[in-house]
Design a binder for this molecule. Sequence first.
Ligand SMILES: Nc1ncnc2c1ncn2[C@@H]1O[C@H](COP(=O)(O)OP(=O)(O)OP(=O)(O)O)[C@@H](O)[C@H]1O
Length: 585
Amino acid sequence: MLPGALALILLAAFPLLPVPPFWITLANNIGLASLVAIGLVLLTGVGGLTSFGQAAFCGFGAYTTAVLTTAYGFSPWMTLPLSLAVGAAVAIPLGLMTVRLSGHYLPLGTIAWGLAIYYLFGRIELLGRYDGISAIPPLEIGSYRFLSGQSIFYVIWAFVILTALGAQNLLDSRVGRAIRALRGGSQAAEAFGINIERAKLTVFVFAAVVAALSGWLYAHMQRSINPTPFGLDMGITYMLMAVIGGAGYVWGAIFGASVVLILKETLQRVLPGLLDTTANFEMIVFGILLVGILQLSKEGLWPFVLKLLPRSRRSRQLAEPSSQLDKRDMPERGTPLLRIDKVRKQFGGLVAVNDVSFEIKAGEIVGLIGPNGAGKSTTFNLITGIASLSGGGVAYAGQTLSGLSPREIAKHGVARTFQHAKILPDMSVLENVALGAHLRGSAGVFRSILRLERKEEATLLTEAARQIERVGLGQYRDRPAGDLALGQIRILEIARALAADPTLLLLDEPAAGLRHGEKQELSNLLKKLRSEGVSVLLVEHDMGFVMGLVDNLVVLDFGTLIAQGKPQEVRKHPAVIAAYLGGVA
Ligand SMILES: Nc1ncnc2c1ncn2[C@@H]1O[C@H](COP(=O)(O)OP(=O)(O)OP(=O)(O)O)[C@@H](O)[C@H]1O
């Protein structure tokens, strides 16, 4: 808290110091760039969506207010919501097209529309073509006009701080966890019920709106605009700022914008004297220095700053929840819950799952076993909607799951873990588990930014903490999930699945990597869940673990069901002995 307060006091005092006006202008430009970079931190650093086109959104913010104030006589403050709304309105269709792209196509797509919009600004008569629009009125409050660099400094930096706090609030919320989960891959996020497309679009629109805010401020600071600052050059520079600051850190965006702009200005002033030439060497030196910085730290510079700041070592105090989360009604024990009917999956010529049928009753633990490559994980993926069925059907509590998305299936109360654990290593164990409870909350973007969802957040985090205690990981609650051993990560995934309040739990090799005692504890936990009415389908290679736990076994071999029944019967089955259990039996 102290470094933050100190930074705030220094910031407030800065324009009052006897500094050259040039410094004030530089500080104002840093503020404007910081806004765009904060958007990029969320979009690229956290959400994993690279965009080189953010300068175009600054352009929409700037041109909206420029046109409305100069041609239609609007007051600048009235155009603020309109500029932001235009930024958002453009971002929605662009985002819908862009966020579907993956790999290199995503940044290429943003370059394409970034360029196109720049040329568009330069061709439209209403926008003054390449000459732009001048005589834009300054901001004013009453009769006070924000004409000087010093006065608009306070407006710009007030917006920067509010935006940074809003972005921080957003990240520290249910929506923020969903955005952060995008980096962990879509499969896991969808399996907790996160709407990937919506999370991507949310962060895309957020980044566009804060860029439009920067453009709006720029228009009233500069009081004349043309397309140049809204082109691809600036789009790339904004990205550099976000990356150099530390793409995953909101305050790092401000630091990155400061480093890039101060470095650029310093080189422009110092180099001509040093090199005794007026040739533009600064861009070359600038480029080399930036590459050097990125070589030094791929995480950007903010982590170094964080190390220098005093940090509280206390573990996170959870707020007392004022209400309980709703719990799902458990189906009556023994009633049919999951019916797999002639399920089939072909990958080209390979039949990975060959017309397999079996059933799970409520309150039952069923083991799905078979040699490597038998089709167990594929069966899990068919049940949870990650893979599409080539034939057959899946019904859950009388309703068909066939053709539903993983997110819709999760809503039915089906939760899972993955053979290759899918956690977010940089996030705490608590936050990873809270992701599992995503569908049990409803707070959206605005409530999160304004921190109006604290009650709901407290109940979600308390539920996550309860599940962490339940699986025995309590001492690791506030540690980054990446610090855990592989076996513990599997247990974390179980806690995350339990946070969804499931009626059916699908566990893919939960005991792999656990020591004997830990397996015993896991077995006890699963038996306890069964006693509470939760049904479990588990894939597991440890036969000792499976035999002592399950009510029924289903055995696959080369995608085909070769036996099913009570463990004691199945282990005597000749086909099973031949295919799989030979050595053990
Ligand atoms: N996406 C895919 N594309 C092509 N083939 C696949 C794909 N996924 C799985 N397979 C193949 O389908 C078969 C069944 O694989 P699956 O992972 O379901 O087996 P498994 O029983 O879970 O094996 P293991 O115990 O080794 O995890 C294997 O031959 C595998 O190579």
